[in-house]
Design a protein around this ligand. Structure first.
Ligand code: ZN
Length: 291
């Protein structure tokens, strides 16, 4: 069975780009008679915006994007991330590293880590990170939208699994959770494309079931910048929901019937599930999003 998900981080409210990702993953799951789960990726408390989690949940409900089952919160799942790290330790696929950015730069002349601590284990046990021992210098896979993908140099380094502040790295938490939740299809923005290779490396290392990835284009504003919480993309409002859904479908190349422009959200969603055509998703949106 197809199991998909939407997994926003509560570092801010949903913007139009997040609506596209939510809608595309929802429609892909529903048109495959699958489940669509909601997970709040709240593993980074310092970057969390107050009230964002509730706002995200309320916005999804307002748009009629109803998920299946209980909401999963990453902040409550540290124990299973630790289990995964322990499993990697047992298989010599992770090691502690004490190098600061400055030390790496001094040694290598760049910020790309040189796997130094694998051959020079640190003597201290505090103030360290845990890195993935990346034995696969090659990996290729196929994205359903973007086609053939392979590791680039920055992805083949021994990346961090657990941070100096004891917070979990995105790739580890997401890989472990997707497997635990039975998720086998991930539809999300291509700003996360470079994470997919790392997730696939961890899937191999932890012997977890395969996941199919579909990365949709990111939305840019009229200045050509990616809409993001960092550049203060405006939160979507819950006014004119039908029109916003219609606009999102146009962006996703779905060619919605003009009569849907003023339709009720449930009619729009039902029609869009019936007519969903992932092959029509463009590699790049033809217009910028007007804020
Ligand atoms: Zn190191």
């Amino acid at each position: 069975m197809y199991i998909g998900r939407f997994a926003p981080s509560p570092s801010g409210r949903l913007h139009f780009g997040s609506l596209l990702a939510a809608l595309a993953s929802y429609l892909d799951a529903r048109s495959n008679h699958g489940q669509w789960l909601l997970r709040i990726d709240d593993i980074d408390p310092p970057r969390e915006a107050q009230g964002a989690t509730l706002a995200i949940i309320e916005t999804l409900q307002a748009f009629g994007l109803q998920w299946d089952g209980e909401i999963v919160y990453q902040s409550q799942r540290s124990a299973i991330y630790q289990q995964a790290l322990d499993q990697l330790k047992k298989n010599a696929l992770t090691y502690p590293c004490c190098c600061s950015r400055k030390e790496i730069l001094k040694r290598t002349g760049s910020i790309i880590y040189d796997n130094y601590c694998w051959s020079h284990p640190p003597s201290k046990t505090d103030n360290i990170v845990w890195r993935f021992k990346n034995n696969s210098r090659t990996l290729s896979w196929s994205d359903t939208i973007l086609g053939h993908q392979s590791l680039d140099k920055s992805q083949s380094i021994d990346f961090i699994l657990k941070r100096r502040d004891s917070l979990w790295a995105y790739q580890l938490a997401v890989t472990v959770d997707d497997a635990a939740m039975g998720i086998n299809h991930v539809v999300r923005g291509c700003d996360l494309l470079s994470e997919a290779s790392k997730q696939l490396l961890l899937i191999q290392a932890l012997n977890l079931p395969k996941v199919t990835f579909s990365h949709i284009p990111v939305v840019v504003n009229s200045l050509g910048q990616k809409l993001s919480k960092q550049n203060l993309a405006p939160a979507i409002t819950t006014n004119r929901i039908g029109y916003q859904l219609y606009s999102a479908l146009v962006m996703l190349g779905q060619n919605p019937h003009p009569s849907l422009r003023n339709a009720d959200k449930s009619d729009i969603l039902l029609q869009s599930i019936a007519n969903w055509d992932p092959a029509a998703i463009p590699l790049k949106y033809s217009t910028s999003h007007r804020n």
